[in-house]
Structure formats: C-alpha cells, structure tokens
Design a protein around this ligand. Structure first.
Ligand SMILES: Nc1ncnc2c1ncn2[C@@H]1O[C@H](COP(=O)(O)OP(=O)(O)OP(=O)(O)O)[C@@H](O)[C@H]1O
Ligand SMILES: [Mg+2]
Length: 227
C-alpha cells in the first residue's frame, strides 16, 4: 500500500517552563487506507505527535514526509495549501462556526480551495452530509444541533476536499457512548468503503480491537517498534 505519511527520527523538545524531551526518536509510516490509533497514557505525547505529523506544529527535529515532501521544506503558503487540500482535521471540540448552517460549515474549506463552482461545491457538501446521515440538518445553524450531529458535521467538513489523510484528536471524547459509537462507526466506514486514511488519537479503548493498528506511546516513545 502507498505511503501517505512517514516520520523519521522525529524528536521534539519543549523549553518552557523547563527543557523537556517530549517526542523521542519516533519512526513511523502510515499507509493508504489504514485506520490507525495513537494510544497511551495522559501526557505521553499523543496530541503533540499528532500536531507535528499533521503539519500544525513545525518545531521538531527529524523528518516528516507527506508523500515525498518533507514538511519543513514547504513555504508557509504551500503548507497552508497542503493542509487545506490534502489534510482533514477532527478534534474533540468541533470548532464549527456556530452562527452558520451545517451546509455553510462543510462548504467553507472548499470555498477556500476554490476548485469548484459554488453550485458544484454545494452539491458535494450535501453528499457529504448525506453520507454522515445528517442531510436533513443542512440548513440548521450548528448551535442548534446535538453534540453528535455537530461532530458529524465536522467529519463532513473534514471530507469536503477529499483529503489524503484525516487526523483526529479524541473525536469521540466529548460524546456520550451512543454518539461515540455512531461517530466511530462512520470513521471506520470511511476507511472500509472509501479507502480513507485515518490517524486518530484516542483514550477510548472500547473500539481498539476493530482498528487496523495501534501506535502505543509511553513517555514520548513508541513501544514495540512499529514502522
Ligand atoms: N506547549 C507546551 N509546553 C510545554 N509542555 C507541553 C506543552 N504541550 C504539552 N506539553 C507537555 O508534553 C507532554 C505531552 O503532552 P500531550 O498533550 O502531547 O499529551 P497527550 O498524550 O495528548 O495527553 P492527554 O491524553 O492528556 O491528551 C505533557 O507532559 C505535557 O504537559
Ligand atoms: Mg491529548
């Protein structure tokens, strides 16, 4: 399977309030269509690793390749384009624009990319909402949706530009178990039906047996070296 992402000899330090070696010699490869989870105790470096791998944090040593391109070689402009076009993000809190409709929120990254006409984009956004089972919520403002529906809107938004990879940081962390199950099943379905690559940080071990691969972090190191 095609490599989507690769980290080589990745190290990261924080310097405030004290020097702290947070990621220690991380080597890992993510391949197309994989549903992988980064797991480990609180404070082990999961979110920090996800932010570096997903290009949100550029302060690291070593290499992070997105396809064949090392992220640090990209200008800010090229990086912003790569993020918008090729990377989807889903966080614990959805960061949707509360006063806008579901449809507007899903269309936004597509408008920014500018590859489609407004009509084409609207149609595509409706397809994504439909895929997530919330087409009937398209014209509602997102602050009128339930937490589970809001998280499904944020998945639709992450999908709109057909990213090569979706990064999730505790995507079910703010949901009750029923909604967590729905969101989790939808993420899994994206990997199975559409060959979507997903790398997810999670605390929730009730689903881990169904995930392709666990990347276990402890004190900033990957356990049982997996590449
Ligand atoms: N901006 C920062 N400056 C200094 N230290 C930080 C910073 N962000 C995180 N840390 C520290 O780095 C370590 C890893 O943090 P990180 O947020 O990656 O953990 P995590 O595995 O995601 O934990 P959790 O499961 O609680 O979300 C922790 O000890 C944390 O206190
Ligand atoms: Mg975290």
């Amino acid at each position: 399977m095609k490599k989507v992402l690769e980290a080589k000899n990745l190290n990261k330090y924080f310097h405030i309030p004290v020097d702290f070696h947070v990621l220690k010699d991380i080597n890992l490869t993510v391949r197309s269509g994989e549903f992988s989870a980064i797991v480990g105790p609180s404070g082990s470096g999961k979110s920090t690793l996800l932010y570096v791998l997903s290009s949100l944090d550029r302060e690291y040593e070593g290499d992070v390749f997105f396809g064949d391109v090392e992220l640090k070689t990209l200008s800010n402009k090229k990086l912003a384009h790569l993020r918008n076009k090729s990377i989807g993000f889903i966080f614990q809190f959805h960061y949707l624009l509360a006063d806008f409709t579901s449809l507007d929120n899903v269309m936004l990254p597509g408008l920014k990319l500018g590859d489609l006409t407004h009509e084409e984009l609207e149609e595509k956004a409706m397809q994504k909402l439909d895929l997530l089972g919330i087409a009937d919520q398209a014209s509602k403002r997102v602050n009128r949706l339930s937490g589970g529906q809001q998280q499904r809107v944020s998945i639709a938004r992450a999908l709109i530009n057909e990213p090569q990879i979706i990064f999730c940081d505790e995507p079910t962390g703010n949901l009750d178990s029923k909604n967590a199950r729905i969101v989790y099943d939808m993420l899994k379905n994206l990997t199975r039906e559409f060959d979507q690559t997903i790398l997810m940080v999670t605390h929730d071990d009730s689903y881990l047996s169904e995930i392709d691969r666990q990347i276990k972090l402890l004190d900033g190191k990957i356990l049982d070296r997996q590449t």
